[in-house]
Design a protein around this ligand. Sequence first.
Ligand code: NAP
Ligand code: 8YV
Length: 323
Amino acid sequence: MSQDRPVILIPGKMHPRALERMTDLFDVRQIDGADASLITPDLATGVAGIATFNKVPASLMDALENLEIVSNFGVGYDGVDAGHAAGRGIVVTHTPDVLNDEVADTAIGLLINTLRRLPAAEQWLRDGRWVEDGPFPLSPLSLSGRKVGFYGLGRIGQAIARRLEDFGLEIAYHTRSRRDGVAYAYHDTLLGLAQAVDTLIVIVPGTAETRHTVNAEILQALGADGVVINVGRGITVDETALIAALEQGVIAGAGLDVFEREPHVPEALMALPQVSLLPHVASASVATRNKMADLVVDNLVSWFKTGKALTPVSETPFTRPAR
Ligand code: NAP
Ligand code: 8YV
C-alpha cells in the first residue's frame, strides 16, 4: 500500500470521471463487488475510504479496520448501512443538490408522459399507424386541474413542486415535520394526503419507515382518477398492491422511475397501457452525473485534506480525528 496516498476501495463499478480523478489522487483498488470475502489482508488494514454506487453493507465495513469514509454516488444512500457506519465513527457522504433540477425535470416529464401517454403516441407514429389507422386515441387523463400531493418535500420534492406551481395546480404534501416557508397544504398523515389529492408524487428516501407505505389503502384513497408517480425509491411503493389497483381500476395510472427489484420490472406492469416506465434515469444526463462524480471525489479530497467532508449524511456528522 502507498505510504502517502490514502487507499480508496471501489467495490464494483464507478463512474469513469470519478475513477479517473480518484486514480490521479489516491491509491485506488477495485474488487468485483461489495463482498467482505473479497477483502485481502493488505486491504483489510490499508483501506481508508470507499467510493460506491450505493452498496456498502456492515460486513464490508467490518472487514476494513481502518476505514474512515464511505463516499456514495447518489443522494439516496439506502444501500449503505449508515447506522452501522455511525456506530464505528465512519463518515458517509452523498451527492445532494447537484441533481435536484435534473430529477425534478424528469419527474415532470414522467408525469406528463403518464397522463397524456406521449411515449405510446410517439410509438404509434413510428410504427406508421398514423398513416394506416389515423389519429392516436385521445388520452383519458389530463394534467389540467389535478390536485398534486407530495410524499416528501425535501430538496427534490420542492424543486418539482416549484415547477408545478407554474402549471397552476393545487399542491399539498406529507412529511414527518411541517416545512416552514411553503404555502402548500400540510397533511400529517399519508392517508390524509391521499384522500385530499388525485396525483401522488413519491420523493421520500427508501427507509424501513417508508417501505411499502404506498399500499392498497393509500391507492384506494387516491380514487379512480388517481395517479402515482415514483421518483424516490422502489421499496416505498408496494408493487403488488399497485399492480392490483391498476388492473382493477382502483387508480387510473402510474409513472415509475424506480422499482422494488431493479433492474427487474414485473411483466404485469409492462403489460399495462396506463403506466409509463423509466429505467431509473431521473439524474442520468452526462452533465448531472459529472457533477455527482465530482462531488464523490471532492468529498474524499476534502476529508483527507481538511478533515471535513463536504456533504456528510445526517447520521454521520463527524470530523476526522487529528493523526
Ligand atoms: P431530502 O432533501 O432528504 O428530502 C426527503 C423528504 O422526505 C423530506 O421532505 C423528508 O421530510 C421526507 N421524509 C423522509 N422520511 C419520511 C417519512 N418516513 N415519512 C414522510 N416523509 C419523510 O432528499 P432529496 O434530496 O429530496 O431526495 C429524496 C430521495 O429521492 C432520495 O433519498 C433518493 O432515494 C431519491 N432519488 C431518486 C433519484 C432517481 O434517480 N429516481 C434521484 C435522486 C434521488 P421529513 O424529514 O420532515 O419527514
Ligand atoms: C443515482 C439516485 O444516480 O441519487 C440518487 O439517489 O437514485 C440516482 O441519482 C443512481 O442511483 C446512481 O446509480
